[in-house]
Design a protein around this ligand. Sequence first.
Ligand SMILES: C[S@@+](CC[C@H](N)C(=O)[O-])C[C@H]1O[C@@H](n2cnc3c(N)ncnc32)[C@H](O)[C@@H]1O
Length: 245
Amino acid sequence: MSIHKEIHAGLMRASEKRLEHTRRAFRMLPPIREPRILDLGCGTGDVTIELVKLSCGRATGLDIDESALAELERNARAAGLMGRIETVNRSMFEIDFVDETFDIVWAEGAIHIIGFERGLDEIRRLIRPRGFLVVHEMLWLRPNPPSEIRSGWHGVYPGIRTAPEYLAEIPKHGYETIEHFTPPEDFWWDEYYGPLVERVRSLRTKYAGDAAALAALDREEREAELYRRNARWYGSGFFVMRRTD
Ligand SMILES: C[S@@+](CC[C@H](N)C(=O)[O-])C[C@H]1O[C@@H](n2cnc3c(N)ncnc32)[C@H](O)[C@@H]1O
């Protein structure tokens, strides 16, 4: 396993606390009987499984990480849900589902990979008329963040912006916003950066004397430290949208 994978293994698993926000977004949708759901960039699929449970529908989890999809399948089987979940190992740049296959497309931490605007455009044809798109993405909590943070984050999330800037784009791409909300400011420290710092510290002992591994650990700790000092500037937001026709 690469040091990068070892540092991050399991860290993106969605905790109950994180899934509360997924549930909150789901409850903003009107009731849909047995919806067909696409979870774009599903990873190990905690969200995919939660959506199937919440909706009594069926979900397709799409990702390029074969081992994450295998984990999703194991977890779905253990939950007795494998009959309602399928996995597709394909890039979101090569989606070839037929038009209007899904009632809901869900993308948590994934749309920035293809880009917000391009994602909205390409996903639209997959959603049935008046169907839904839910996006959870990184955002600036306030306008004009200091340049130290801006330059660091633009490398990872080139499209990061404020919630009003995301909201202004949505109608230009054939959707209306039903609701949007921002999880609390301590969310990302509790969910991700805090556990990351603990993981880095435990791996330092294992890799003492390995300069390349220690450099990778330093990079991760710097990112966490940057976040800790600047948590008031960035976080994430859910955008619950409906396809307009
Ligand atoms: C930050 S994780 C989010 C995982 C999951 N949605 C969640 O919220 O727990 C981003 C996911 O996007 C996947 N990914 C990266 N590039 C991709 C691509 N071109 N097509 C599909 N998925 C991709 C990664 O493998 C990873 O599982």
